[in-house]
Unconditional design. Structure first.
Length: 133
């Protein structure tokens, strides 16, 4: 139970950084009356992806079967890849290099996504070498 709790807590923490971080510290441009910037939509979708990572973490805590836990780790890897692709290829951020979304939001999403992918892969390998309690 302790290892499942630890694995789940790390996914929950990464999801909180992705969702609450974008909503607070690494904020994007607000929607204006006449214009909505690309980074606004990147922020909205990244909050949803962060919530998905949080749900993966919660389910990981309660996953007793190895195959289900591996599937959750694969889901976390895919969500992490999506976090990386959102500001780079899928939606993007503002083109201005001086904009907050370009200097803070984009790196935060890329780093959080990369950590999620790395930890998801590590979680699968960890379960392969360890007998589940």
């Amino acid at each position: 139970m302790k290892t499942r709790l630890l694995r789940g807590a790390v996914f929950i923490l990464l999801g909180l950084v992705a969702s609450l971080g974008i909503a607070t510290v690494f904020h994007v441009c607000p929607a204006m009356k006449d214009m909505v910037m690309k980074c606004y939509w990147t922020g909205r979708v990244s909050i949803a992806v962060g919530i998905g990572i949080i749900l993966v973490g919660i389910l990981t805590i309660f996953a007793k079967k190895k195959a289900f836990a591996d599937g959750l780790s694969v889901a976390a890897i895919l969500l992490g890849i999506e976090l990386i692709l959102l500001p780079t290829l899928l939606i993007g951020v503002c083109p201005g290099a001086h904009m907050h979304c370009h200097t803070a939001t984009r790196p935060a999403l890329i780093i959080t996504g990369a950590l999620t992918v790395i930890y998801g892969g590590f979680s699968i390998l960890w379960k392969r070498n360890k007998i589940e309690e």
